[in-house]
Design a binder for this molecule. Structure first.
Ligand code: IPM
Ligand code: MG
Length: 357
């Protein structure tokens, strides 16, 4: 049966990078018989400008009816002064919570061709292959109460709530252990259990779930130490499982081990196997419209979509093979350029991937 993909380019470079990913999907349809139909719509600041909301109800409804969502990025300086509820980021967060996409998989994989593009020494990052499993619908991102209130003294106070239920911790822990079983069988759970009760419970529940996975080795690390270990000796990690906010921060850090944040794809999955696929980077307003953004994270997100939502693992392998081949040919966007390589724009990278396919 034809699978439905909702395409939401969003804001900034989202438009340019998603256009390249759509080129890739189109060639898979034409050459390899991929049976999908594409629907396009707006989200984020673009949706606010056109429809008055960063996530119009019709768009959420279409996302719920789709087998998978391909998203570019949201945000930009022109929307930063809007009330939080109308900001582009709410469009993304609304999709995550509206679809129940609690499991965010962020693989940080170093392509050997890019070892010298990382700001870390090649020997520190060579062979790096980490999977960050970030909980995506709980924590301080969604916890209540939240807001800005005025105290009796007249001074204002901003507040948020960091909160995790046992069931939320358990289901994300299972995703991490199941993933580790397919990989190097190590899970490092990252928390701040020495200070925060919500993560004290996190540690307790993860430890309990680990008993069901005797073949997987579990370790625990405080988030500050994990941030340090990621740049000191990143290859000690296989699967990292952590909450929403720590995962946000650590995945940006991990991306730089791989050369550029422009290389990292992600999958956000719910309990029904529906998924949203997006690069982990943002809308990069500073380079939007210049045609120089790296589309590879978005193209690699299509590979994750094929694997996790469309049951087309061989086509996912083909895309990842095409990325390796394009890097072998020396094509580089500005963010991963090193002397001696051929620096090209967004569109040329997409074309090279299509040619390789
Ligand atoms: C990410 C982004 C988002 C997040 C923003 C845009 C809301 O940084 O996907 O990592 O904080 O989750
Ligand atoms: Mg982030």
């Amino acid at each position: 049966m034809t699978k439905k993909i909702l395409v939401l380019p969003g804001d900034g470079i989202g438009q340019e990078i998603v256009a390249e990913a759509v080129k890739v999907i189109t060639i898979l349809q034409r050459k390899f018989g991929l049976d999908v139909s594409l629907q396009h719509d707006v989200v984020g600041g673009t949706a606010y400008d056109q429809k008055g909301s960063p996530l119009p109800e019709t768009v959420l409804a279409k996302a719920k009816a789709a087998d998978a969502v391909l998203l570019g990025a949201v945000g930009g300086p022109q929307w930063e002064s809007l009330p939080i509820a109308l900001r582009p980021e709410k469009g993304l967060l609304g999709l995550r919570s509206g679809l129940g996409l609690f499991a965010n998989l962020r693989p940080a994989l170093l392509y050997p061709q890019l070892a010298s593009a990382s700001t870390l020494k090649p020997e520190v990052v060579a062979g790096l292959d980490i999977l960050i499993v970030r909980e995506l619908t709980g924590d301080i991102y969604f916890g209540q109460p939240r807001g800005i209130r005025r105290l009796p003294s007249g001074e204002r106070e901003g507040f948020n709530t960091m909160v995790y239920r046992e069931s939320e911790i358990e289901r994300i822990a299972r995703v991490a252990f199941d993933s580790a079983r397919q990989r190097n069988k190590k899970v490092c759970s990252v928390d701040k259990a020495n200070v925060l009760e919500s993560t004290e419970l996190w540690r307790e529940v993860v430890t309990r779930v680990a008993k069901d996975y005797p073949e997987v080795q579990l370790s625990h690390m405080y988030v500050d130490n994990a941030a340090m270990q990621l740049v000191r000796a990143p290859k000690q990690f296989d699967v990292i499982v952590t909450g929403n906010m720590f995962g946000d921060i650590l995945s940006d850090e991990a991306s730089m081990l791989t050369g550029s944040i422009g290389m990292l794809p992600s999958a956000s999955l719910n309990e029904r196997g529906q998924g949203m696929y997006e690069p982990i980077h943002g809308s990069a307003p500073d380079i939007a419209g210049k045609g120089i953004a790296n589309p590879l994270a978005t193209i690699l997100s299509v590979a994750m979509m094929l694997r996790y939502s469309l049951s087309q693992a061989p086509l996912a392998d083909r895309i990842e093979g095409a990325v390796r081949s394009v890097l072998d040919q020396g094509y580089r966007s500005a963010d991963i350029y090193t002397p001696g390589m051929k620096q090209v724009g967004t569109c040329a990278i997409g074309d090279a991937i299509v040619a390789a396919l």
